[in-house]
Design a protein around this ligand. Structure first.
Ligand code: M6R
Length: 615
């Protein structure tokens, strides 16, 4: 949450920062701000509540000249979204300006101590405490800014990625990180810094992922310097070639990233599969698994940890792995797992799933699992993010940047990777026959085309959405593999349309939620042909008998539910374990169109951020 950008060099600093903030707006959009340092060392700070466009409007008549600058887009934690709580924050003497992503947990203790030394605070943020602390140390010790930053960061507890400008020192930006992402772009006599590489991908492909407890010194005309937080030691600079292209960051003619990302799924699934299912479906090459075959052969159990949509994918992972590999699987919210004294150890495999690779709770869960001796496997999308670096092994879903806050293509990519993982492990353990494996492999290869066909429902779903735009509540029901899909459908609707929606296992409905059903409560029932089909037919009838309207997602040619439901969306029939990838698409479209009908900002829904790097 929160995005930071910085630039030092000969280009137009303000333009780079603003464009960068737009790219990072998915991380938060409660307020935005820039600090610009002129070549003469004058420091100008401008900030505005709301989206980056508000900041742009505010800056229209301002002095925007600069040779270095830092900027921020905020997801509020400490202090309400407002102009004055917006970053960058100044030190009391106005000599330092700082942007920060993360949370300073001991800010209260530090603030009280600084106030006793005469510091006056003008915001409620934890970030102002950090910038005041740096200034205080610098003045007290008469030391260099780097020494002051180092000492201050050694006093703070919590997570941070920071960038700092000092008045009269236009030649440098200082940055540092611990548990929040920070990447530096190296150009020709220029440096970029950002929470991810998207703000600078068109300028350079050379990136350096700053590690925890490193301080980066960006000086024009000098090589990048990475210093240790603990002492004077200088770290080696490890340059990575970015695999990102600018077209992946644009809407490509779609009105919203979310719609673009929904429609990209035939391609993203193909990218996710590439090189992993070979010989026409007969061989599964998941190197993360094959290189660690012994771990998967000996595994006593698997625990999956994740949050939000990734947790829903994890729940599907349980069905897939238990079903194919006969290994017991538990699925935990990472935020619960980390505080529940998990009984975990050698012989256990922990699979951590995260689109962003930066979710704080998932990262903490990984750390605990590692400390307790488990083998930790990551499933992430963002290459070079923290989770792939903290895990023993893993698989990227390779679906390209997901910018819409509501996860769509990442979900189907995660489920696809989990399906391949289950199949790969089942082959290793001999818990699936060669014939079954080959058949499933062939089906998996067909998924991109099948999903393309499902996207053909777009117009009918758009039309259908108009009928339900003003519903105040929704139920999403499914069984077996489509129970997690129902949960995911409900989450999509609530997060972008703000309609209350509950996902439920269809059979559980009669134990409570059925009391809610009346003509005002529509149900989306996910009921493709599978071994529970007959059972869910009864559930559909129970809803109908109570006057509830039903949108049913069924397999093509369905004869029974189609006659009971008010609206039917037919999807191609596929093997049961592949149905979630197919049935989730109509639900993504339905929530998209309902939110659009309600005039909501689907790419930047209120209160949310794409990457949740705080607790
Ligand atoms: O980046 P992650 O997959 O770790 O993110 C987890 C959740 O924050 C995320 O899935 C969230 O629930 C999405 N907004 C859902 O659309």
């Amino acid at each position: 949450m929160c995005g930071i950008v910085g630039y030092i060099g000969d280009r137009n600093v303000y333009d780079i920062l603003i464009k960068g903030l737009h790219r990072l707006e998915y991380r938060g959009y409660d307020s935005a701000g820039v600090a610009l340092e002129t070549p003469e060392g004058k420091l100008n700070v401008y900030k505005a509540k709301g989206k980056v466009s508000n900041l742009e409007a505010f800056c229209k008549d301002k002095d925007l000249s600069a040779s270095a600058g830092i900027a921020h887009t905020r997801w509020a934690t400490h202090g309400e979204p407002s102009d004055h709580n917006a970053h960058p924050h100044y030190s009391q003497d106005g000599r330092l300006a700082l942007v920060h992503n993360g949370t300073i947990e001991n800010y209260k203790v530090l603030k009280d101590a600084l106030m006793q030394h005469g510091c006056v605070f003008s915001t409620e943020t934890d970030t102002e405490v950090l910038v005041q602390l740096i200034e205080y140390i610098k003045l007290r010790n008469g030391c260099t800014i780097i020494e002051a930053v180092r000492e201050a960061l050694n006093q703070v507890q919590g997570a941070y990625a920071i960038a700092l400008l000092e008045k009269d020192h236009p030649e440098q930006i200082i940055a540092a990180r611990k548990s929040s992402p920070l990447v530096i772009g190296i150009g020709d006599d220029e440096f970029f810094l950002a929470s991810d590489a998207t703000p600078f991908v068109e300028y350079t492909k050379e990136a350096v992922y700053v590690k925890d407890n490193e301080i980066a010194v960006l000086r024009q005309g000098e090589p990048l310097k990475l210093l240790s937080l603990e002492g004077d030691e200088e770290h080696a600079v490890d340059v990575t070639e970015l695999q990102l292209s600018i077209s992946q960051l644009e809407k490509g003619g779609y009105p919203h990233f979310m719609l673009k990302e929904i429609f990209e799924q035939p391609d993203t699934l193909r990218d996710c599969l590439r090189g992993r299912i070979v010989d026409g479906g007969r061989r599964i090459v998941l190197t993360g698994v094959l290189d660690n075959a012994r771990k998967f052969l000996d595994a006593k159990r698997i625990v999956i940890v994740a949050c939000g949509t990734s947790w829903h994918a994890g729940l599907l992972g349980k069905y897939l792995i238990q079903g194919m590999c006969k290994i017991p699987v538990e699925v935990e919210y990472a935020s619960e797992f980390r505080y529940n004294n998990p009984v975990i150890g050698e012989g256990d495999i922990v699979i951590a799933i995260s689109q962003s690779g930066e979710t704080a709770d998932t990262l903490a869960a990984i750390q605990i699992a590692r400390e307790k001796g488990a083998f930790v496997y990551g499933i992430s999308n963002v290459v070079g993010s923290s989770i792939p670096r903290e895990t023993h092994s893993g698989t990227y879903i390779h679906v390209g940047p997901e910018i819409g806050v509501a996860s769509t293509k990442a979900f189907t990519g995660q489920v696809l990777v989990l399906t391949m993982l289950a199949l790969c492990v089942a082959n290793l353990r001999g818990t699936i026959t060669e014939e079954e494996s080959n058949e499933l492999g062939e089906w998996i290869l067909k998924l991109p085309d099948i999903v393309k066909e499902v996207l053909g429902l777009n117009d009918s779903i758009k039309h259908l959405s108009a009928i339900y735009t003003y519903a105040r509540n929704f139920l999403y029901l499914g069984r077996g593999y489509n129970y997690p899909t129902a949960l995911e459908g409900a989450l999509k609707l609530k997060e972008i349309s703000y309609i209350h929606a509950e996902g439920y296992p269809a059979a559980e409905m009669k134990h409570g939620p059925i009391a809610l059903i009346d003509a005002e409560m529509p149900s989306v029932i996910v009921a493709p042909v599978d071994h529970l089909y007959e059972k869910i037919v009864s559930n559909v009838q129970q809803v109908k008998a109570r006057g509830g309207s039903i949108i049913a997602i069924v397999s093509k040619g369905d004869k029974v539910i189609s006659k009971i439901a008010d609206h039917v969306l037919e999807v191609p029939a596929v093997p049961e374990c592949l149905t979630p990838i197919v049935t989730s698409i109509p639900m993504q479209l339905l929530s998209y169109y309902i939110a659009i009908n309600k005039g909501k900002d689907v790419d930047m829904p209120r209160n949310l951020a794409k990457s949740v790097t705080v607790e």
